[in-house]
Design a protein around this ligand. Structure first.
Ligand SMILES: Cc1cc2nc3c(=O)[nH]c(=O)nc-3n(C[C@H](O)[C@H](O)[C@H](O)COP(=O)(O)O)c2cc1C
Length: 159
C-alpha cells in the first residue's frame, strides 16, 4: 500500500440483548476486516462505551440495534443522548450505515435512527440491512457485504 495513503477508520457501534444483532454485527465485522480490503482499521464498541472521541476518530460509522418497542434500543439512544450535542456541526457528511434486528417489525427502529442521524447531517451511504425473525445465512451474507462495502468505500475514498 502507498505509505502516503492514510489508514481509514471504521467505527461499529451495536447493541444486542439476546444475540441476534450480535450475530449480524459479527458478520458486519467479518466483512469490514476482510484482508482483501487494505488500509482500514475497524473499532467495535457497545453504545454504552462509545463516546465522542470514538466518533471523532471515525471516517465512517456502522450502527446496529435491535427493534425495541418500535424504536432503537435504549442503549443506542443513550449513545445519541451522550454524543449528539458535541457532534452537531462537527461531523457533517460522515458516511454511515445501519443494521437492525427485530421479531416482527423494524420500520420504527430504522426511522428512529435515521431521524436522529439526519439531525447530525451524516450521509447514509448504504441501505439499511434489516432482519425480521430468525437470522439466516443469507442475512449474514448481507451483513458481510455491508461491512465489506463500507470498508472498501472508505479505503477507496468513494464516499
Ligand atoms: C424490550 C423489548 C422490546 C421489543 N420490541 C420489539 C418491537 O417493537 N418490534 C420487533 O420487531 N421486535 C421487538 N422485540 C424483539 C427484538 O427486537 C428481537 O428479539 C431481536 O432479535 C432482539 O435482538 P437481540 O437478540 O440482538 O437482542 C423486542 C424485544 C425486547 C426485549
Amino acid at each position: 500500500m502507498d505509505e502516503d495513503v492514510r489508514v481509514k477508520h471504521l467505527l461499529v457501534v451495536y447493541h444486542s440483548r439476546s444475540g441476534g444483532t450480535r450475530a449480524m454485527a459479527e458478520a458486519v465485522l467479518a466483512g469490514a476486516t476482510d484482508p482483501a480490503v487494505e488500509g482500514v482499521e475497524v473499532r467495535a464498541r457497545s453504545p454504552f462505551e462509545a463516546d465522542v472521541a470514538d466518533v471523532a476518530w471515525a471516517d465512517g460509522v456502522i450502527l446496529g440495534t435491535p427493534a425495541h418497542f418500535g424504536y432503537m434500543s435504549g442503549a443506542l439512544k443513550d449513545f445519541f443522548e451522550r454524543v449528539y450535542e458535541s457532534l452537531l456541526d462537527r461531523t457533517r457528511g460522515l458516511p454511515w450505515a445501519l443494521f437492525v434486528k427485530g421479531r416482527s417489525d423494524v420500520d420504527g427502529a430504522v426511522s428512529s435512527v435515521q431521524r436522529i442521524v439526519t439531525g447530525l447531517a451524516w450521509r447514509e451511504v448504504q441501505p439499511p440491512v434489516t432482519v425480521v425473525g430468525e437470522v439466516t445465512d443469507a442475512d449474514l451474507d448481507r451483513c458481510v457485504e455491508l461491512g465489506g462495502a463500507m470498508a472498501a468505500g472508505l479505503a477507496l475514498d468513494v464516499f
